[in-house]
Design a protein around this ligand. Structure first.
Ligand SMILES: Cc1cc2nc3c(=O)[nH]c(=O)nc-3n(C[C@H](O)[C@H](O)[C@H](O)COP(=O)(O)O)c2cc1C
Length: 258
C-alpha cells in the first residue's frame, strides 16, 4: 500500500513532535534533580573540608543534608572589608556569576593566580557544632597548569591553623597535578599554619617532601611531576589568605585569638 505525500509528511511531523516533547519534558523534569545533585555535591565537599565527613563515607543524601544543616552556616561577607554583607540571597548566590557581572564585581589586583575579577560579596561558611564555632571555610580558586582549580580551604577558629583543603573542580592531569584529589596528599594540610608570626600568608606546597607538622609548619609535600600545579596551589592559597582575598575577614578572628 502506498501512502500519500501528505500522510508521510504528517507522520514524520507527528513523530518529531512526540520526540521533541519527550526531550523537552525530560530536560525540564531532570533540571530539579540536577540542581539537587549539584547542591549535594557542594554539601559533600564542604563537609569533607570541614573534617566532618570522609571522602568515601557512603552517607545517603538525607544524612548528608542533615549533617550539613546541623553543622554548616553559610554567610555572605563583603570581600574588601570582611564585614557581613546585607542583601545576598544565600540559596541563589553564584560566585562565578557574581564575578562576571560588573555590578557585583571589581577588577582583581595583579596576581599570580590569573584571577581577573573578584566578587563584591562572597559566601563563606562557619562550622558550628553545639553552638560553638569550630572552624571557618573559605572558597578558593586560581590557575594551575591546564586551567582554574576551584575548592575550599578550612581554618580553625584561630584563623591561622589549617583544618583542611579540597578541590571540587579542576582540569589537572590524573596521576600528576590531579593528585591534589589524593586523600593522602590532602591529609598533609590539617595542623599546618597558614600565616607566619608576622601575619603574612606563609603556607606553601614545596618541591619535594615536607617535614612533620611541628617541625615544618608552613610546608606541604610537593606533587611529584607536577611542579606547576603545586606552585598554582601555593599561589592561590596565598592569594585568598592575603589582603586582596580574605585577609580583612580573617583579621578579626586572628586578633581575637592572639
Ligand atoms: C601529558 C602531560 C601532562 C602533564 N600534566 C601536568 C600537571 O597536571 N601538572 C603539572 O604541574 N605538570 C604536568 N605536566 C608536566 C609539566 O609539563 C612540567 O614538566 C612539570 O610541571 C615539571 O614538574 P617536575 O619538575 O615536578 O617534573 C604534564 C606533562 C605532560 C607531558
Amino acid at each position: 500500500m502506498q501512502h500519500s505525500i501528505g500522510y508521510v509528511i504528517g507522520f514524520a511531523a507527528a513523530v518529531c513532535l512526540v520526540a521533541s516533547l519527550f526531550v523537552a519534558g525530560s530536560a525540564v523534569g531532570l533540571k530539579d534533580l540536577q540542581e539537587a545533585n549539584k547542591r549535594l555535591d557542594v554539601q559533600k565537599k564542604v563537609l569533607t573540608v570541614a573534617g566532618l565527613m570522609d571522602d568515601d563515607a557512603g552517607l545517603s543524601a538525607e544524612e548528608i543534608d542533615a549533617l550539613y544543616s546541623s553543622s554548616i552556616q553559610p554567610k555572605a561577607i563583603e570581600l574588601k572589608t570582611g564585614e557581613p554583607a546585607g542583601d545576598v540571597d544565600l540559596a541563589e548566590y553564584d560566585q562565578q556569576k557574581a564575578k562576571k557581572d560588573p555590578e557585583t564585581s571589581f577588577e582583581a589586583p595583579e596576581n599570580d593566580s590569573k584571577i581577573l575579577r573578584l566578587p563584591n560579596e562572597i559566601v563563606v561558611f562557619d562550622i558550628v557544632r553545639d553552638g560553638e564555632l569550630e572552624g571557618l571555610i573559605l572558597p578558593i580558586e586560581g590557575y594551575g597548569l591546564w586551567g582554574f582549580l576551584y575548592g575550599y580551604l578550612a581554618l580553625e577558629p584561630d584563623a591561622r591553623t589549617i583544618r583542611g583543603i579540597t578541590f571540587y573542580e579542576h582540569g589537572e592531569t590524573p596521576g600528576l597535578g590531579g593528585e591534589i584529589d589524593n586523600p593522602r596528599w590532602k591529609a598533609q594540610w590539617p595542623g599546618r599554619l597558614a600565616f607566619d608570626e608576622r601575619g603574612n600568608p606563609a603556607i606553601a606546597v614545596k618541591k619535594g617532601l615536607a617535614g612533620p607538622v611541628d617541625e615544618d609548619p608552613y610546608r606541604v609535600d610537593g606533587l611529584s611531576g607536577a611542579t606547576i600545579t603545586s606552585r598554582g596551589v601555593t599561589n592561590l592559597v596565598r592569594f585568598w589568605l592575603g589582603d586582596d582575598g580574605f585577609g580583612p575577614y580573617l583579621d578579626k578572628y586572628r586578633a581575637e585569638a592572639s
